[in-house]
Design a binder for this molecule. Sequence first.
Ligand SMILES: [Mn+2]
Length: 426
Amino acid sequence: MRIDKEHILNYNKSAIENHNESFDFLSSKLSKQGHDVNDIISRLAEFQIAIPSWALGAGGTRFGRFSFFGEPSSLEQKIEDVGVLHSLTQTAGAVSLHIPWDIPSDYNAIKEQADSLNIKFDSVNSNTFQDQKDAKESYKYGSLSNVNQSIRDQAIQHNLDVINIGNKLGSKSLTVWLADGACFPGQNNFQTAFQNTEDSLKAIYKGLPDDWKLLIEYKPYEPNFYSTVIQDWGASLMLANACGKKAYTLVDLGHHLPNSNIEQIVSILQLKGKLGGFHFNDSKYGDDDLTVGSIKPYALFLIFNELVYGMANNPQNPDLAWMIDASHNVKDPLEDLIQSLEAIQEAYAKAMLIDQAALKAAQSNNDVVKCQEILQGAYRTDVRPLLEKARLNSGGVLSPINAYRALDVRGGLIKERGKNTVATGL
Ligand SMILES: [Mn+2]
């Protein structure tokens, strides 16, 4: 299914008057405050977020899974879905594949399809958290950290294979998330597990092309509930430093214990030039993978404040790989992703409204009240007309959710694919 340009134009016609009114009001207000509105809009339009292949179907819990009708059942259909998201929002110009779930059968055809939809291949993700059919060794007791050398070798080889697949598609980074750890005290020797992981990552790093990055993700618990080998940013950073300058830490919002100061983590990693990527989601308790901005939008804004500061002030840190990493059971996955994309853009736009010079001045004077006023003044601005304008300028729709429903995209997908499809890999 493809969204017709004509459908977009027609849809926008019906909503343009309201948009113009709210945009003109906001734009003149912001201009008077000294903001360059056109610059903010073009930065919003440039900001592209990768969609992970596994978020296009309904996610499951460990108790069960309720599928959503018309889910994509092949890589082609997954890319088609990202194409729908990108046509509407103009902010989802990349897809992040998960291997072995998404191995292309015809590389040229997949590349052509993605090209025609203006979609790039972002970071490729390896999978050593489950056993593959016909695999010689099992990851039940760990992969890169395993006590058994031949299991570690199999996991290293898998990561090298993933690099090879990504290379053929134009990806420029490998993301490694390990489920390795222990469920019970005494099960693992912490030092052995960490050293094995470091040695395995170094072996993978050796196979990394010169213009690639290795992104090392961390997570405090789950699926192991006593210890995780790469449990926090410190462990990830140590491993990245051990590998070399192409290795970086990847921060996933949901991979922190409750109330962690994530904005401080991303800030310091950028200062040290070691923040490689960011995974967006939201949570109330743990790694809940809920829609971005649905629970703690202010925390997301504070994170974006640091990211915007870092992007402007830390040339030592490379461009980041941005990805949504959310997946759950109750919403239409495409509507969920549209809401997430909107929340990310909103937090980014608000962070760009923070007067950094005034904030620095207030900090120098220890004017704590003023510092809070500056942050919250930006946060309380309704920036949605800016997002609409950025979408409009790029050929997207004014309101993606409304257009998605008005165009009955899900109905069309069900008609094409049937009711009983299940997204591969979930
Ligand atoms: Mn993640």
